[in-house]
Design a protein around this ligand. Structure first.
Ligand code: NAD
Length: 277
């Protein structure tokens, strides 16, 4: 793998940069994931709701890289929260992926009004104890949700995957995660390729290093300790996004990035999002 690994709180190694496949149709996922693995990615981030676990699994089966060199994440969708339904949904995800274990299984959203994430997580602990997920964690959990989860269950989540990019720096969550040894994984790390990559500060730092805006944004994530999972279906960008391990942002660059925080969410607010609940 071209990406260095972080050690999760249970000792499992996770590549710090992986390939996200949200919005990649199932019949294109095999090709995109295959391109990413050939380019050197070893971590793939999918989810049941992305409806591309089958295509992702086909790429994993045919890529020629040993299973134990890959790190596969999938997520439990909202409609399946609850103890028994989680166990069934996990079996369905494994079957679609064609795998007998995943490296990381995440609760996709907390759905606080549904109040089922504790029961859901207890099923995750069973899956973990059975060795069918090498690590378990959550996504889109606010510190208050994590605090309650950690207080009432026995396995501290290895990861919280949250929306995070220079315009939404998530200081409070990152500090909470650091205190509890939960790794911070950034979704939409490139701000979905929208305005962020044209922000003058980002463009200037990119020019200074002779790199692209996407590359300096990914460097910022890596240097503040995040796991990142940029998405692209364009082979040249897939390669470009992984080619970020031979340069460094300096203190001036990091200070310039720190000033970009606008607490600007592109996605839903986890406190109120209840789609499928
Ligand atoms: P992203 O920030 O990775 O941006 C992807 C978009 O940026 C691409 O579609 C493309 O338009 C553009 N892009 C990519 N590389 C580029 C480059 N080198 N130069 C210029 N433009 C480039 O956004 P994302 O897909 O939303 O997030 C990444 C992954 O995070 C997803 O694929 C998914 O795996 C995960 N995710 C998780 C959740 C969650 O709720 N847990 C939500 C959203 C996304």
């Amino acid at each position: 793998s071209k990406a260095p690994s972080l050690t999760l709180n249970n000792g499992v190694e996770m590549p710090q940069l992986g390939f996200g496949v949200w919005q990649v149709p199932d019949d294109e996922a095999e090709k995109a994931v295959g391109t990413a693995i050939r380019a050197g990615y070893r971590s793939i981030d999918t989810a049941a709701i992305y409806e591309n676990e089958t295509g992702t699994g086909k790429a994993i089966a045919s890529c020629g890289v040993a299973r134990d060199e890959l790190f596969v994440t999938t997520k439990l969708w909202n409609t399946e929260q609850g103890y028994d339904s989680t166990l069934r949904a996990f079996d369905a995800s494994l079957a679609k992926l064609g795998l007998d274990y995943v490296d990381l299984y995440l609760i996709h959203w907390p759905l606080p009004a549904k109040d089922a994430y504790l029961d859901t997580y207890k099923a995750f602990e069973k899956i973990y104890a059975d060795g069918r997920a090498k690590a378990i964690g959550v996504s889109n959990f606010l510190p208050e949700h994590l605090e309650r989860l950690i207080g009432e269950t026995s396995v501290v989540p290895a990861v919280n995957q949250i929306e995070l990019h220079p315009q939404l720096q998530q200081e409070a969550s990152r500090a909470f995660h650091a205190r509890h040894s939960v790794a911070t994984e950034a979704w939409s790390p490139l701000g979905q390729g929208k305005g962020l990559l044209e922000v003058p500060t980002v463009v200037a730092v990119a020019r200074k290093h002779g790199r692209t805006p996407a590359q300096v944004v990914l460097r910022w994530h890596l240097q503040i300790g995040n796991v990142v999972i940029p998405k692209s279906v364009t082979p040249s960008r897939i390669a470009e996004n992984l080619d970020v391990f031979d340069f460094e942002l300096d203190a001036d660059d990091l200070a310039a990035f720190a000033a970009l925080d606008e607490e600007k969410r592109l996605g839903p607010d986890p406190a109120t999002f209840d789609f499928g609940a």
